[in-house]
Design a protein around this ligand. Structure first.
Ligand code: HSE
Length: 310
């Protein structure tokens, strides 16, 4: 097997996108985790360094990037191959921007790149999804799939990982607002009711279908009408400080839609252009500053590339 030392990047993502709980996500630019993979000296995978380590483990079975790499090595039957990994953990954990998915994809994708691409993307996707499960205990690919493939990705079925890349209306931008509070995905999932009213299901199905149609038709107005979460957002909004004030600001400034990014606490606004996005970003900074909550904002085009080798 050919071995190519490499540096790989997997981007941050916004999951759910208001209308597709656990089944829809998109990738953003610049923010994401990186791995450097090279030949090692000892048998098996070794995590050599972790930049911005926090509480992350050096044990590959307890570190999501390491586990993604390990799953890929097991899949290829090369668990004993001496491989070293450096992890640049650029993303804070528990933000709702797919931090663990970014690590999982970087690890799995990194091994595939290091071995000169022996596996197809859907094999990488499975290994990365298994690794992400280590972080929050649940099986869903709405962060992992867009981080790997880029763009908007629809998960028709999480179990079989039947995923579909969607077209993106040109010019779309996302503003992601991360208030610095801790919110674990597990806690944010645990508060959700497992029952959905039939009339909510009907409206939400209409919105999800219209969202997909809008992307195919490049119909920005239809897209704007469809971004409305009747099921998850009303249950989770209480966990996020000033959520409804921020939503009002974003919609007044002309966002196509505004909701919770993944499991929160981050929020996102989808915007038709950069002028609207800039105004929303500036407004968000002001709003949270006035209320004494520290925020970090990201103002990004949709990342159409997904994971990459530099
Ligand atoms: N779809 C997931 C959730 C994303 O909302 O819980 C979390 O990463």
């Amino acid at each position: 097997m050919k071995k190519v030392p490499c540096k790989c990047f997997a981007p941050a993502t916004v999951a759910n996108v208001a209308v597709g709980y656990d089944v829809l996500g998109f990738a953003i630019e610049e923010l994401g985790d990186e791995v450097i993979i090279r030949e090692g000296k000892e048998k098996g995978l070794k995590i050599n360094t972790i930049r911005n380590r926090g509480k992350l483990s050096y044990d590959p079975t307890k570190n999501v990037a390491g586990y993604g790499a390990l799953k890929m090595m097991q899949h290829l039957g090369i668990e004993d191959m001496p491989i070293e990994m450096d992890l640049n953990k650029n993303m804070p954990i528990g933000t709702g921007m797919g931090s663990s998915a970014s690590s999982a994809v970087a690890g799995a994708f990194g091994i595939n790149a290091f071995l000169d691409w022996p596996c197809k993307y859907h094999e990488v996707l499975r290994c990365a999804t298994e690794a992400e499960q280590l972080a929050d205990g649940s099986w869903h690919a709405d962060n992992v799939a867009p981080s790997l493939y880029g763009g908007f990705v629809l998960i028709r079925d999480n179990e079989s990982l039947d995923v579909v890349g969607l077209p993106t209306i040109p010019g779309l931008r996302a503003v992601v607002i991360y208030p610095h509070i801790k919110l674990l995905t597990k806690d944010s999932r645990d508060i959700l009711s497992d029952k959905v009213e039939l009339d909510q299901h009907i409206k939400q199905s209409g919105n999800l279908a219209a969202f997909v149609a809008a992307m195919y038709k490049s119909d920005i107005e239809l897209l704007g009408r469809s971004i409305e979460d009747l099921i998850i957002e009303p249950q989770r909004a209480q966990l996020i400080p000033h959520f409804y004030d921020m939503k009002e600001l974003a919609m007044t400034e002309g966002a196509l839609g505004f909701s919770i990014s993944g499991a929160g606490p981050s929020m996102f606004a989808l915007c038709a252009n950069s002028v609207i996005a800039d105004n929303i970003e500036e407004g968000a900074r002001r709003l949270f500053k006035d209320r004494g909550v520290q925020v970090t904002t990201y103002n990004s085009k949709i990342n159409l590339e997904g994971a990459k080798k530099y």
